[in-house]
Ligand binder design. Structure first.
Ligand code: CAO
Length: 416
């Protein structure tokens, strides 16, 4: 089966998570992704949080599948020469070094554009170019704080909270992938490459869009009726943390199920959709609530929404999270069990859809990873193992026209 990105050659000058998540996605869809890594050490995540001595860590293997690895010291003149050759032949270069690192290496946008005017140069940085923090190095949690996620996540009586979801890293990588694909389509029309830049702050903020909505509503009316602070609590002039409240017009909360006393994940998320009030009352065995003026409308329910959640929890007390969802789904109520990583890893539906994949690896044996969350009718992305450090160095150099002797010489000067 041919893949849509077959024939697109990508220099993957990325490390850690934000950049690798982007290039991994493009590799699944058929791009020839060549990861350029420092000889001897490679991407720092190969060594981070290792669970098997001398084998690449899962942090690396789960973000670098379907790629080739070329070791190259791009600070040495011999390494720069190889990189220049590769640049002349490639469609895209993706990087997420600290600010200015690529320029210091001698590969500014102007130089890259001179070497290959058709090449797309895609970068992740913590902050956008020209931002007053654009000199900062940034990791995931820093981005979550800078992008508005931390100040709006958690409970009102606790500190700003970081989400476990990689809003700063993988999310930025996904934005960058969209930018790269757009620039490739643009190149088909103009014949020219361009620079694509995505900042982690911007990508987090893009996902916090509804919180900026709330800031403006708060400034206009002084309260936010879907937050737990309404109507009994107080609002300041900034969007508060709303705990587990539903973010739209549907109140919702995480509710205890049977076994919550000993199982920290015996919970479901329960949503009260306005138009589904009648089925909710029927599901809970509370038909008297259907026409009761204290319950009938969303406005009437809001002042005592936690009393309603309390009643639902009493109903849930003798049901496991799975049993509860099996009942509630019949009444069309948007809900889900709070699933653990263990439950997700073993979920037969996720295995069947290719969202959880078991990948054989030369050194590790097999490992689990998250496959493509994007499904196509004409293509099934296959996940193959991440490369060992430098596994494809000889292959890539040979394809660039280097002889065995040239490769030997590059090795002698430690350029590869
Ligand atoms: N050969 C020779 N040198 C190489 C090389 C190679 N193949 N690959 C990288 N290098 C050098 C770079 O040239 C740079 O050197 P100088 O600083 O001397 O110019 C250095 O290695 C890497 O620098 P860095 O700033 O990228 O790395 P760091 O570990 O200090 O910082 C990070 C890491 C992630 C904070 C920083 O890269 C960053 O802010 N990136 C942008 C934002 C980002 O993507 N963050 C998300 C990371 S995922 O959590």
């Amino acid at each position: 089966m041919t893949k849509p990105l077959e024939g697109i050659k990508i220099i993957d000058f990325t490390h850690v998570q934000a950049g690798p998540a982007c290039t991994q996605l493009l590799a699944w869809f058929g791009a020839d992704v060549i990861k350029v890594e420092r000889p001897g050490s490679g991407d720092v995540t190969r060594n981070q949080l290792r669970d098997i001595p001398d084998a690449d860590a899962l942090y690396f293997t789960m973000l670098n599948s379907n790629k080739k690895s070329l070791t190259l010291d791009t600070k040495k003149p011999e390494g720069k020469e190889v990189l220049e050759k590769l640049i002349r032949e490639s469609d895209v270069l993706v990087e997420n070094f600290g600010p200015g690192a690529l320029d210091r290496m001698g590969f500014s946008w102007e130089r890259l554009n001179e070497l290959n005017p058709k090449m797309i140069v895609a970068s992740v940085k913590g902050f956008s170019d020209g931002h007053h923090y654009d000199d900062l190095k940034v990791y995931e949690n820093v981005a979550q704080c800078a992008g508005g996620a931390a100040s709006t996540t958690g409970f009102w009586d606790g500190p700003p909270t970081i989400s476990a979801a990689a809003l700063g890293d993988s999310n930025t990588g996904m934005h960058l992938a969209i930018g790269i694909l757009t620039a490739l389509l643009g190149r088909d029309k103009t014949g020219k490459g361009q620079k694509v830049a995505v900042s982690m702050q911007d990508s987090v903020l893009n996902l916090c869009r509804v919180k900026l909505r709330d800031q403006q509503r708060l400034e206009r009316v002084g309260y936010l009726e879907e937050y737990p602070q309404y109507p009994h609590g107080e609002f300041s002039d900034v969007v508060p943390r709303g705990g587990n409240a539903g973010g739209g017009g549907q109140p919702g909360w995480v509710l205890k199920c049977k076994g919550w006393e000993t199982d920290p994940n015996a919970y479901i998320y329960f949503t009260i959709q306005g138009h589904a009030w009648e089925p909710i009352c029927k599901a809970l065995g509370k038909p008297e609530w259907i026409d009761d003026p204290a319950y009938k409308t969303a406005e009437a329910r809001q002042p005592h929404i936690f009393e309603i959640f309390g009643t639902i929890e009493a109903w849930l007390a003798d049901k496991t999270k799975f049993e509860a969802v099996d009942i509630l789904r019949k009444f069309d109520i948007p809900c889900a069990p709070v699933l653990t990583m263990k439950e997700l890893a073993n979920d037969p539906s996720l295995r069947a859809s290719g969202t959880i994949v078991e990948v054989p690896h030369k050194k590790r044996g097999s490992y689990l990873t998250v496959g493509s969350p994007i499904k196509f009718s004409d293509m099934k992305p296959e996940v193959t193992a991440s490369p060992l450090l430098g596994e494809h160095t000889d292959e890539v150099l040979t394809s660039l026209g280097y002889s065995k002797q040239d490769i030997f010489n590059l090795r002698e000067v430690k350029a590869i």
